[in-house]
Design a protein around this ligand. Structure first.
Ligand SMILES: Cc1cc2nc3c(=O)[nH]c(=O)nc-3n(C[C@H](O)[C@H](O)[C@H](O)COP(=O)(O)OP(=O)(O)OC[C@H]3O[C@@H](n4cnc5c(N)ncnc54)[C@H](O)[C@@H]3O)c2cc1C
Length: 349
């Protein structure tokens, strides 16, 4: 008998299973292995300051250090490196954005993230930066596909993984125990990412899914020591001269495959940032599990009390998942209340 069955081994299901196992719970993860899942193709960034108006990311002061502590701990356990602090170079596109940033610098709570207060200019042969940019401290990159693959092996070693497409017709949730193909558990929690739109228990999930596409480019003699963010983001990859370029954000789309529209959009955005020559190596696409109010979606079904969901990580799963997996674990094991912004009850009134 298991304490929890978790469906999905993206960043959400991985983190939830990890915190539950750390709390001595017996967990079984069911995942069908999707190399093109949102987590597997994410650029893996955590960024404390985002958007055109340079706003501090929601819960950044708590969430980003907690993500670092979690991934560092997992690096030690798995004996591999996959978490890297990075300097983020944010480009200004006008005098106005320079002034907006100066105003932000003076606000309380921002100084920790300022590498320095000066406007910096990069080599114009490489980057179009007439207005320069500024450097942000405290960002990082998780090599997400590497981490997920290593963590999957750990689950296999612990005999805590079943590789298959979850079949709802084999799930029985009557009474206090759930059963699935002869396996019994106290609770089942779904972390299927965007695939949750097919979950019959959470049809009320207020998804507003967003397709994201990225390109992998080869750029020689470029900046491998910083992530450059303008209309497009340029993220150095561990392999020499390779850079992740992204990402698009499409509310309307035909499928989850790389598209010509996506490629053209990225190249159009990139042309405002990159002046160095490049070669396209690959293109990837996935659907982000975004919720209407841009907050995670966590809790239990109002009628089936042992059927839960841990989802809605949207555009920020890398930083949200560790923090809220621990939060949900404390809710499950110590009855701590879920914070209202993430509790699914906000959509149930
Ligand atoms: C192009 C792009 C770039 C991104 N960049 C970033 C970034 O830099 N930083 C950041 O924080 N976030 C980023 N994101 C968002 C991030 O990827 C998501 O927030 C996160 O991956 C969501 O994780 P998840 O575990 O909820 O879903 P997923 O990663 O989709 O995982 C769901 C898992 O469930 C499994 N599954 C689903 N249905 C079933 C079933 N029926 N049976 C068995 N298994 C099933 C799938 O195989 C998969 O492994 C990006 C997303 C995209 C698309």
């Amino acid at each position: 008998m298991y304490d929890y069955i978790i469906v999905g081994q993206g960043i959400a299901g991985s983190m939830l299973s990890w915190f539950l196992m750390k709390a001595n719970q017996k967990v079984l993860v069911i995942d069908k292995l999707n190399p093109s899942s949102s987590s597997n193709i994410a650029s893996g960034m955590t960024n404390p300051i985002t958007g055109r108006r340079f706003v501090k990311t929601w819960l950044a002061d708590d969430m980003i250090p907690f993500a670092e502590e979690t991934y560092r701990g997992l690096e030690k356990l798995l004996k591999e490196e996959f978490y890297h602090p990075v300097t983020i170079f944010k480009l200004f596109d006008s005098i106005k954005t320079q002034n907006d940033w100066s105003a932000r610098c003076a606000s309380a709570g921002y100084t920790a993230y300022l590498k320095n207060e000066n406007i910096i200019y990069l080599d114009k042969q490489k980057v179009k930066n007439d207005f320069g940019g500024f450097e942000i401290n405290g960002g990082s990159r998780l090599h997400a596909d590497k981490f997920l693959s290593l963590y999957r092996n750990l689950l296999k070693e612990k005999e805590a993984l079943r590789e298959e497409d979850f079949s709802f017709s084999d799930l029985n949730v009557e009474g206090d125990i759930v059963s699935y193909k002869g396996i019994k558990a106290r609770k089942i929690i779904f972390s299927e990412g965007a695939n949750a739109i097919q979950n019959p228990y959470f049809k009320f999930f207020p998804f507003q899914l967003a397709k994201g596409e990225c390109l992998i480019l080869r750029i020689e003699n470029f900046y491998s020591d910083k992530v450059i963010i303008g209309e497009a983001g340029i993220v150095p990859l561990p392999e020499k001269d390779l850079y992740y370029i992204g990402a698009t954000h499409a509310w309307h789309y035909d499928d989850d495959q790389p598209s010509e529209i996506g490629r053209n959009e990225i190249l159009g955005n990139l042309s405002t940032v990159l002046s160095a020559p490049f070669e396209i190596v690959d293109q990837k696409a996935a659907i982000r599990p975004t919720v209407k109010d841009r907050r995670p979606f966590i809790g239990f079904h109002p009628e089936f009390r042992n059927v839960g969901i841990f989802n809605g990580m949207g555009t920020k799963g890398i930083s949200l998942a560790p923090f809220f997996a621990q939060h949900f674990t404390e809710h499950l094991l110590q009855q701590k209340p879920l914070i209202k912004e993430v509790d699914i009850k906000r959509f149930l009134s």
